[in-house]
Design a protein around this ligand. Structure first.
Ligand SMILES: NC(=O)c1ccc[n+]([C@@H]2O[C@H](COP(=O)([O-])OP(=O)(O)OC[C@H]3O[C@@H](n4cnc5c(N)ncnc54)[C@H](OP(=O)(O)O)[C@@H]3O)[C@@H](O)[C@H]2O)c1
Length: 267
């Protein structure tokens, strides 16, 4: 897509990566709609609309609002998402269902909502924010990895199905960024004795000062760059050093060996 003025919808625009994307794209002159489940004060150079990914009607209303106001929708950044932590056995099926309903099915609701308009336009760009965690099962965040891996495969298929209509679908995998995701994670109601020590060590590591330290504007700049690319790639990474290396090691190393490295990292 050539870099010019675009109408952009960013889900989860109230915080973290989504907020940085809204602010950055609006400053670059794009017409930006950011979503939140809450009614928020309107920023000066973009617009907040309410959308709950778990509610089909709310998703349809929000998309209708963008199209009826701006007449088109060029780019959707499916950014809204939620984290989860806990030993797999400790997490209830209802909690896993809620996670998938936001991270995977919620994204699908938005995709279904925007595709008819994009097909009418004969062009569009869908950027699904997944995670580096999609590449491996992270200890005590297995359902998060699973939801993001599901979104990766979903997008891979979608990408092939919508390409004939001039629409690009791709994923952007962030590493660790300084946002509110840690505070908002779904947590186990009861931490079983069997997993307590390992879980607490992993959470300590996760909350450590080296984690979640990168500036979300890095992701916003990458989104802008993708928007300016004629034929975008299928997957983009916003990760560096050890995290980025881990993606390649996962592909290269025997499974047990990679798991040993991962367990060592999580002590
Ligand atoms: N931060 C990282 O290190 C990192 C790494 C990899 C991937 N990611 C992914 O990046 C995305 C953004 O996360 P973040 O780190 O910026 O987290 P965040 O600061 O917690 O922001 C999450 C956003 O998602 C929205 N949201 C959550 N549940 C929603 C729902 N049911 N319906 C509509 N909106 C909902 C929130 O909006 P309201 O609460 O206002 O409704 C908020 O704007 C997520 O998909 C996350 O998995 C983050």
């Amino acid at each position: 897509m050539p870099q010019q003025h675009k109408v952009v919808l960013v889900t989860g625009g109230s915080s973290g990566l989504g907020k940085a994307i809204c602010e950055h794209l609006a400053a670059a002159g794009h017409t930006v709609y950011g979503t939140s489940r809450k009614a928020l004060d309107q920023p000066s150079n973009y617009r907040f609309i309410t959308m709950d990914l778990a509610d089909e009607v709310s998703v349809q209303h929000a998309i209708h609002e963008v199209i009826s106001t701006s007449g088109r929708i060029d780019v959707v950044v499916n950014n809204a998402g939620v984290g989860i932590q806990g030993a797999t056995e400790d997490l209830l099926p209802e909690q896993a269902t809620a996670l998938f309903d936001t991270n995977v099915i919620g994204t699908h609701r938005v995709v279904r909502g925007v595709l008819p308009q994009m097909r009418r336009q004969g062009c569009g760009l869908i950027i699904n924010i997944t995670s580096l965690a999609a590449n491996f099962g992270l200890p005590y965040r297995g359902f998060y990895s699973a939801s993001k891996a599901a979104l990766e495969r979903y997008t891979e298929t979608l990408s092939m199905e919508v390409k004939p209509f001039g629409i690009y679908a791709l994923t952007l995998q962030p590493g660790e960024f300084n946002t509110n995701i840690g505070a908002n994670r779904i947590r186990p109601a009861v931490i079983g004795d069997a997993y307590k020590a390992g879980y607490e060590r992993a959470m300590e590591l996760l909350g450590g000062s080296l984690h979640y330290s990168r500036d979300p504007v890095e992701v916003a700049r990458l989104v802008e760059r993708i928007m300016g690319t004629e034929r975008p790639k299928t997957v983009y990474y916003a990760a560096h050093g050890k995290q980025r290396l881990a993606v390649f090691l996962k592909k290269l190393l025997p499974g047990r060996f990679f798991q040993r490295l991962m367990m060592k990292e999580y002590k």
